[in-house]
Design a protein around this ligand. Structure first.
Ligand SMILES: Nc1nc2c(ncn2[C@@H]2O[C@H](COP(=O)(O)OP(=O)(O)OP(=O)(O)O)[C@@H](O)[C@H]2O)c(=O)[nH]1
Ligand SMILES: [Mg+2]
Length: 359
Protein backbone atom coordinates (compact mmCIF):
# COMPACT_ATOMS: atom_id res chain seq x y z
CA UNK A 1 0.00 0.00 0.00
CA UNK A 2 1.15 3.54 -0.78
CA UNK A 3 1.79 6.37 1.62
CA UNK A 4 -1.32 7.85 3.25
CA UNK A 5 -2.33 11.41 4.03
CA UNK A 6 -1.70 12.11 7.71
CA UNK A 7 -4.78 14.35 7.83
CA UNK A 8 -7.50 12.11 6.44
CA UNK A 9 -5.98 8.66 5.88
CA UNK A 10 -6.48 8.56 2.08
CA UNK A 11 -3.85 6.83 -0.08
CA UNK A 12 -1.81 9.62 -1.65
CA UNK A 13 -1.21 9.90 -5.38
CA UNK A 14 0.90 12.21 -7.52
CA UNK A 15 -0.72 11.69 -10.87
CA UNK A 16 -4.19 13.27 -11.10
CA UNK A 17 -5.04 16.55 -9.32
CA UNK A 18 -8.75 15.94 -9.94
CA UNK A 19 -8.85 12.62 -8.14
CA UNK A 20 -8.90 12.27 -4.35
CA UNK A 21 -5.75 12.36 -2.22
CA UNK A 22 -3.63 14.16 -4.79
CA UNK A 23 -0.49 15.93 -3.66
CA UNK A 24 2.08 17.79 -5.73
CA UNK A 25 4.72 16.88 -3.09
CA UNK A 26 7.33 14.23 -3.71
CA UNK A 27 6.14 11.09 -1.94
CA UNK A 28 9.60 9.53 -1.93
CA UNK A 29 11.39 12.33 -0.12
CA UNK A 30 8.82 14.05 2.10
CA UNK A 31 8.37 12.54 5.57
CA UNK A 32 4.77 13.50 6.25
CA UNK A 33 2.36 14.68 3.62
CA UNK A 34 -1.17 16.07 3.57
CA UNK A 35 -3.32 15.59 0.48
CA UNK A 36 -4.42 18.73 -1.35
CA UNK A 37 -7.94 18.49 0.09
CA UNK A 38 -6.69 18.41 3.71
CA UNK A 39 -4.21 21.16 2.91
CA UNK A 40 -6.99 23.41 1.64
CA UNK A 41 -9.29 22.58 4.53
CA UNK A 42 -6.57 23.22 7.10
CA UNK A 43 -5.17 26.40 5.59
CA UNK A 44 -8.08 28.04 3.82
CA UNK A 45 -11.03 26.55 5.74
CA UNK A 46 -12.36 25.37 2.40
CA UNK A 47 -15.21 22.85 2.35
CA UNK A 48 -14.59 20.12 -0.18
CA UNK A 49 -17.55 17.75 -0.10
CA UNK A 50 -17.36 13.98 -0.09
CA UNK A 51 -19.77 11.37 1.22
CA UNK A 52 -19.59 7.91 2.69
CA UNK A 53 -22.92 6.20 2.27
CA UNK A 54 -24.28 3.21 4.15
CA UNK A 55 -22.95 0.57 1.70
CA UNK A 56 -19.40 1.87 1.73
CA UNK A 57 -19.64 2.32 5.46
CA UNK A 58 -20.48 -1.31 5.92
CA UNK A 59 -17.54 -2.46 3.88
CA UNK A 60 -15.30 -0.14 5.86
CA UNK A 61 -16.59 -1.53 9.16
CA UNK A 62 -16.08 -5.07 7.90
CA UNK A 63 -12.35 -4.40 7.80
CA UNK A 64 -12.31 -3.82 11.55
CA UNK A 65 -10.62 -6.62 13.45
CA UNK A 66 -13.41 -8.28 15.50
CA UNK A 67 -11.06 -8.72 18.44
CA UNK A 68 -10.53 -5.00 18.87
CA UNK A 69 -12.25 -2.48 21.10
CA UNK A 70 -14.82 -0.38 19.25
CA UNK A 71 -15.13 3.14 20.60
CA UNK A 72 -18.25 4.72 19.17
CA UNK A 73 -18.48 8.49 19.45
CA UNK A 74 -21.91 10.09 19.75
CA UNK A 75 -22.76 13.76 19.37
CA UNK A 76 -24.97 14.75 22.32
CA UNK A 77 -26.51 17.53 20.28
CA UNK A 78 -27.61 15.01 17.64
CA UNK A 79 -28.09 11.77 19.58
CA UNK A 80 -30.46 9.89 17.28
CA UNK A 81 -28.46 11.03 14.25
CA UNK A 82 -25.33 9.52 15.81
CA UNK A 83 -26.73 6.00 16.11
CA UNK A 84 -25.56 3.48 13.50
CA UNK A 85 -27.77 0.39 13.33
CA UNK A 86 -25.38 -1.26 10.84
CA UNK A 87 -22.72 -1.43 13.56
CA UNK A 88 -24.81 -3.89 15.52
CA UNK A 89 -23.34 -7.11 14.08
CA UNK A 90 -19.85 -5.87 14.98
CA UNK A 91 -20.64 -4.74 18.49
CA UNK A 92 -20.41 -7.76 20.74
CA UNK A 93 -20.99 -7.77 24.45
CA UNK A 94 -17.37 -7.12 25.35
CA UNK A 95 -16.17 -4.71 22.71
CA UNK A 96 -18.35 -1.60 22.55
CA UNK A 97 -17.31 1.54 24.39
CA UNK A 98 -19.51 4.61 23.93
CA UNK A 99 -18.19 8.16 24.16
CA UNK A 100 -20.92 10.79 24.30
CA UNK A 101 -19.12 13.88 23.01
CA UNK A 102 -19.93 17.62 22.79
CA UNK A 103 -21.27 17.73 26.35
CA UNK A 104 -20.40 21.44 26.33
CA UNK A 105 -23.24 22.16 23.90
CA UNK A 106 -25.99 21.10 26.31
CA UNK A 107 -26.76 23.22 29.36
CA UNK A 108 -24.71 22.40 32.44
CA UNK A 109 -27.88 22.37 34.52
CA UNK A 110 -28.97 19.12 32.88
CA UNK A 111 -27.73 16.24 34.98
CA UNK A 112 -25.12 13.96 33.42
CA UNK A 113 -26.91 11.00 34.95
CA UNK A 114 -30.12 11.93 33.17
CA UNK A 115 -28.37 12.18 29.80
CA UNK A 116 -26.52 8.90 30.36
CA UNK A 117 -29.71 7.14 31.35
CA UNK A 118 -31.46 8.39 28.25
CA UNK A 119 -28.60 7.42 25.98
CA UNK A 120 -28.31 3.95 27.48
CA UNK A 121 -31.99 3.37 26.93
CA UNK A 122 -31.75 4.46 23.30
CA UNK A 123 -28.75 2.22 22.72
CA UNK A 124 -30.52 -0.71 24.31
CA UNK A 125 -33.59 -0.11 22.12
CA UNK A 126 -31.27 -0.29 19.10
CA UNK A 127 -29.77 -3.55 20.36
CA UNK A 128 -26.48 -2.19 21.71
CA UNK A 129 -25.12 -3.08 25.13
CA UNK A 130 -21.99 -1.06 25.70
CA UNK A 131 -19.46 -2.16 28.31
CA UNK A 132 -18.96 1.45 29.20
CA UNK A 133 -20.38 4.88 28.49
CA UNK A 134 -18.36 8.03 29.10
CA UNK A 135 -19.59 11.56 28.55
CA UNK A 136 -17.39 14.58 27.91
CA UNK A 137 -16.45 17.51 25.77
CA UNK A 138 -13.40 16.92 23.57
CA UNK A 139 -12.23 20.36 24.68
CA UNK A 140 -12.07 19.38 28.37
CA UNK A 141 -8.43 18.29 28.76
CA UNK A 142 -8.87 16.55 32.11
CA UNK A 143 -11.88 14.61 30.92
CA UNK A 144 -9.91 13.54 27.85
CA UNK A 145 -7.06 12.32 30.11
CA UNK A 146 -9.55 10.23 32.06
CA UNK A 147 -10.96 8.92 28.80
CA UNK A 148 -7.52 7.78 27.65
CA UNK A 149 -7.20 5.85 30.90
CA UNK A 150 -10.58 4.21 30.66
CA UNK A 151 -10.15 3.28 26.99
CA UNK A 152 -6.75 1.77 27.83
CA UNK A 153 -8.32 -0.15 30.74
CA UNK A 154 -11.07 -1.60 28.53
CA UNK A 155 -8.81 -2.25 25.55
CA UNK A 156 -6.53 -4.49 27.63
CA UNK A 157 -3.87 -4.42 24.93
CA UNK A 158 -6.34 -4.81 22.04
CA UNK A 159 -6.39 -2.45 19.06
CA UNK A 160 -8.93 0.37 19.29
CA UNK A 161 -11.16 1.60 16.46
CA UNK A 162 -12.86 4.97 16.93
CA UNK A 163 -16.05 4.93 14.88
CA UNK A 164 -19.21 6.98 14.55
CA UNK A 165 -21.36 9.12 12.31
CA UNK A 166 -19.64 11.90 10.42
CA UNK A 167 -18.91 15.13 12.30
CA UNK A 168 -19.47 13.77 15.82
CA UNK A 169 -15.88 14.71 16.76
CA UNK A 170 -13.89 11.47 16.42
CA UNK A 171 -10.78 13.08 14.99
CA UNK A 172 -10.96 16.03 17.39
CA UNK A 173 -11.06 13.62 20.32
CA UNK A 174 -8.14 11.59 19.00
CA UNK A 175 -6.04 14.71 18.40
CA UNK A 176 -6.77 15.71 22.00
CA UNK A 177 -5.95 12.26 23.29
CA UNK A 178 -2.55 12.59 21.61
CA UNK A 179 -1.91 16.13 22.67
CA UNK A 180 -3.67 18.20 25.34
CA UNK A 181 -3.79 21.39 23.25
CA UNK A 182 -5.37 19.57 20.33
CA UNK A 183 -2.55 20.30 17.88
CA UNK A 184 -2.69 16.69 16.70
CA UNK A 185 -2.07 15.93 13.03
CA UNK A 186 -5.53 14.69 12.00
CA UNK A 187 -7.69 17.06 9.99
CA UNK A 188 -10.88 18.12 11.79
CA UNK A 189 -13.54 20.34 10.30
CA UNK A 190 -17.02 21.76 10.79
CA UNK A 191 -18.30 20.12 7.61
CA UNK A 192 -19.01 16.39 7.36
CA UNK A 193 -16.84 13.86 5.53
CA UNK A 194 -13.44 14.95 6.80
CA UNK A 195 -11.69 11.65 7.57
CA UNK A 196 -11.43 9.49 4.44
CA UNK A 197 -9.81 6.22 5.53
CA UNK A 198 -8.29 4.52 8.56
CA UNK A 199 -5.60 6.54 10.30
CA UNK A 200 -3.34 4.46 12.50
CA UNK A 201 -1.83 5.79 15.71
CA UNK A 202 0.24 3.91 18.29
CA UNK A 203 -1.75 3.51 21.52
CA UNK A 204 -0.81 1.75 24.76
CA UNK A 205 1.35 -0.88 23.11
CA UNK A 206 -1.26 -1.53 20.39
CA UNK A 207 -2.87 0.64 17.74
CA UNK A 208 -5.72 3.10 17.68
CA UNK A 209 -7.51 3.88 14.42
CA UNK A 210 -9.46 6.94 13.40
CA UNK A 211 -12.11 6.04 10.83
CA UNK A 212 -14.36 7.89 8.36
CA UNK A 213 -17.84 8.74 9.62
CA UNK A 214 -21.16 7.56 8.24
CA UNK A 215 -23.27 10.12 6.42
CA UNK A 216 -26.80 10.62 7.51
CA UNK A 217 -29.35 11.21 4.76
CA UNK A 218 -31.76 12.97 7.07
CA UNK A 219 -29.54 15.86 8.03
CA UNK A 220 -29.36 19.57 7.30
CA UNK A 221 -25.71 19.30 6.29
CA UNK A 222 -26.85 17.74 3.02
CA UNK A 223 -28.44 21.03 1.99
CA UNK A 224 -26.19 23.74 3.30
CA UNK A 225 -23.27 25.64 1.86
CA UNK A 226 -20.18 26.40 3.94
CA UNK A 227 -21.38 29.69 5.44
CA UNK A 228 -24.71 28.22 6.49
CA UNK A 229 -23.10 25.07 7.90
CA UNK A 230 -20.87 27.23 10.02
CA UNK A 231 -23.82 29.25 11.29
CA UNK A 232 -25.94 26.21 12.09
CA UNK A 233 -23.22 24.45 14.06
CA UNK A 234 -23.20 25.61 17.66
CA UNK A 235 -19.71 26.15 19.04
CA UNK A 236 -20.60 26.66 22.70
CA UNK A 237 -23.40 25.89 25.14
CA UNK A 238 -26.68 26.41 23.37
CA UNK A 239 -28.73 29.01 25.22
CA UNK A 240 -32.39 28.07 25.35
CA UNK A 241 -34.67 30.64 23.75
CA UNK A 242 -38.19 30.74 25.17
CA UNK A 243 -41.38 31.70 23.36
CA UNK A 244 -44.90 31.65 24.67
CA UNK A 245 -47.03 30.87 21.63
CA UNK A 246 -50.72 31.27 21.10
CA UNK A 247 -52.73 29.39 18.58
CA UNK A 248 -52.34 30.69 15.02
CA UNK A 249 -48.82 31.93 15.65
CA UNK A 250 -45.74 30.87 13.70
CA UNK A 251 -42.09 30.49 14.61
CA UNK A 252 -39.29 30.55 12.06
CA UNK A 253 -35.89 29.01 12.74
CA UNK A 254 -33.90 30.95 10.19
CA UNK A 255 -35.24 30.01 6.77
CA UNK A 256 -34.62 26.39 7.70
CA UNK A 257 -37.76 25.44 9.59
CA UNK A 258 -41.18 26.84 10.31
CA UNK A 259 -43.61 25.85 13.02
CA UNK A 260 -47.31 26.75 13.09
CA UNK A 261 -49.26 26.36 16.30
CA UNK A 262 -52.56 25.07 14.90
CA UNK A 263 -54.51 24.06 17.97
CA UNK A 264 -54.12 24.28 21.72
CA UNK A 265 -53.90 26.59 24.67
CA UNK A 266 -51.02 29.09 24.95
CA UNK A 267 -47.91 26.98 25.41
CA UNK A 268 -44.23 27.38 26.03
CA UNK A 269 -41.71 26.57 23.28
CA UNK A 270 -38.02 26.39 24.12
CA UNK A 271 -35.64 26.44 21.21
CA UNK A 272 -32.18 24.88 21.21
CA UNK A 273 -30.33 25.94 18.07
CA UNK A 274 -27.09 27.80 17.39
CA UNK A 275 -27.25 31.46 18.40
CA UNK A 276 -26.50 32.38 14.81
CA UNK A 277 -29.87 31.03 13.74
CA UNK A 278 -32.39 33.90 13.70
CA UNK A 279 -35.63 32.97 15.46
CA UNK A 280 -38.72 34.99 14.57
CA UNK A 281 -42.30 34.85 15.78
CA UNK A 282 -45.19 36.13 13.69
CA UNK A 283 -48.89 35.66 13.09
CA UNK A 284 -49.62 32.57 11.02
CA UNK A 285 -51.68 34.72 8.69
CA UNK A 286 -48.63 36.82 7.83
CA UNK A 287 -46.10 34.00 7.80
CA UNK A 288 -45.91 33.34 4.05
CA UNK A 289 -45.50 37.00 3.31
CA UNK A 290 -42.91 37.39 6.04
CA UNK A 291 -40.92 34.47 4.65
CA UNK A 292 -41.00 35.83 1.10
CA UNK A 293 -39.75 39.20 2.25
CA UNK A 294 -37.11 38.19 4.77
CA UNK A 295 -35.87 34.65 4.05
CA UNK A 296 -32.17 34.49 3.15
CA UNK A 297 -31.78 38.23 3.89
CA UNK A 298 -32.39 38.75 7.59
CA UNK A 299 -34.15 35.46 8.28
CA UNK A 300 -31.00 33.35 8.11
CA UNK A 301 -29.32 30.91 7.67
CA UNK A 302 -29.22 29.92 4.87
CA UNK A 303 -27.86 32.99 3.20
CA UNK A 304 -28.89 31.77 -0.22
CA UNK A 305 -32.14 30.07 -0.98
CA UNK A 306 -31.82 27.70 -3.90
CA UNK A 307 -31.59 24.40 -2.07
CA UNK A 308 -34.30 25.01 0.47
CA UNK A 309 -37.19 26.50 -1.45
CA UNK A 310 -39.37 23.42 -1.42
CA UNK A 311 -40.83 22.48 1.93
CA UNK A 312 -42.05 19.28 3.43
CA UNK A 313 -44.96 19.47 5.89
CA UNK A 314 -45.58 17.35 8.97
CA UNK A 315 -48.05 17.58 11.83
CA UNK A 316 -47.30 16.60 15.39
CA UNK A 317 -49.78 16.10 18.20
CA UNK A 318 -48.96 17.49 21.62
CA UNK A 319 -50.61 14.84 23.69
CA UNK A 320 -50.56 15.60 27.36
CA UNK A 321 -48.74 17.63 29.95
CA UNK A 322 -45.48 15.80 29.24
CA UNK A 323 -42.78 17.78 27.49
CA UNK A 324 -41.78 16.61 24.03
CA UNK A 325 -39.07 17.65 21.60
CA UNK A 326 -39.40 18.25 17.92
CA UNK A 327 -36.00 17.47 16.46
CA UNK A 328 -34.66 19.13 13.32
CA UNK A 329 -31.82 16.75 12.52
CA UNK A 330 -28.56 18.67 12.45
CA UNK A 331 -30.12 22.01 13.30
CA UNK A 332 -31.27 21.40 16.87
CA UNK A 333 -34.56 20.86 18.63
CA UNK A 334 -37.37 22.57 20.42
CA UNK A 335 -39.13 21.52 23.57
CA UNK A 336 -42.88 22.03 23.94
CA UNK A 337 -45.12 21.73 26.90
CA UNK A 338 -48.81 21.79 26.17
CA UNK A 339 -51.64 20.14 24.34
CA UNK A 340 -52.68 20.69 20.77
CA UNK A 341 -51.35 20.30 17.26
CA UNK A 342 -48.38 21.85 15.56
CA UNK A 343 -47.47 21.88 11.90
CA UNK A 344 -43.82 21.85 10.94
CA UNK A 345 -42.22 22.82 7.63
CA UNK A 346 -38.73 21.66 6.77
CA UNK A 347 -36.80 21.73 3.49
CA UNK A 348 -37.55 18.76 1.27
CA UNK A 349 -35.36 15.83 2.27
CA UNK A 350 -35.36 16.70 5.98
CA UNK A 351 -37.76 14.77 8.20
CA UNK A 352 -38.25 16.23 11.67
CA UNK A 353 -39.28 13.85 14.44
CA UNK A 354 -40.81 13.91 17.86
CA UNK A 355 -39.22 12.43 20.97
CA UNK A 356 -39.57 12.55 24.73
CA UNK A 357 -37.97 15.81 25.90
CA UNK A 358 -34.22 15.47 26.38
CA UNK A 359 -33.87 18.39 28.77
N1 LIG B 1 -18.62 22.09 20.85
C1 LIG B 1 -17.90 21.00 20.56
N2 LIG B 1 -17.49 20.80 19.30
C2 LIG B 1 -16.76 19.69 19.04
C3 LIG B 1 -16.42 18.75 20.05
N3 LIG B 1 -15.70 17.76 19.46
C4 LIG B 1 -15.59 18.09 18.15
N4 LIG B 1 -16.22 19.25 17.89
C5 LIG B 1 -16.36 19.91 16.57
O1 LIG B 1 -17.08 19.06 15.69
C6 LIG B 1 -16.65 19.25 14.33
C7 LIG B 1 -16.32 17.91 13.71
O2 LIG B 1 -15.17 17.37 14.32
P1 LIG B 1 -14.29 16.22 13.65
O3 LIG B 1 -13.32 15.77 14.70
O4 LIG B 1 -13.77 16.64 12.32
O5 LIG B 1 -15.42 15.09 13.45
P2 LIG B 1 -15.26 13.60 12.90
O6 LIG B 1 -16.17 12.75 13.71
O7 LIG B 1 -13.84 13.20 12.86
O8 LIG B 1 -15.86 13.76 11.43
P3 LIG B 1 -15.57 12.86 10.09
O9 LIG B 1 -14.10 12.74 9.92
O10 LIG B 1 -16.22 13.67 9.01
O11 LIG B 1 -16.26 11.57 10.30
C8 LIG B 1 -15.44 20.19 14.42
O12 LIG B 1 -15.88 21.48 14.06
C9 LIG B 1 -15.02 20.12 15.88
O13 LIG B 1 -14.41 21.31 16.33
C10 LIG B 1 -16.88 19.00 21.39
O14 LIG B 1 -16.67 18.24 22.35
N5 LIG B 1 -17.62 20.14 21.57
MG1 LIG C 1 -12.65 12.65 11.32
Amino acid sequence: MGKTCIGCGGTLQNTDPHRPFYTPKNLETEETVYCQRCYRMRHYGKVIPTTLEAEDYRSMVEKIDPDSLIVQVIDLFDIEGSLIPSLRPFARKDNLFIVANKRDLLPEAVKDSKLKHRLNRLLLDEGFRPIRLEMLSAFDARAVDRLVESIAAEAKGRDVYVVGATNVGKSTLINRMLDADGAGPITTFYAPGTTQDFIEIPFEGARLFDTPGLFNRNHYYNLLDAASLKAVRPTRTVKPRNYQLEVNQTLFLGALARLDFLKGLPSSFTIYVSEEVVVHRTKMLNADQYFDRHAFKDLTPPFEGEQTHEFHVDQFPLKDERKTDIVFPGLGFLTVKGMGVIRVYTPKGIRPYQREALI
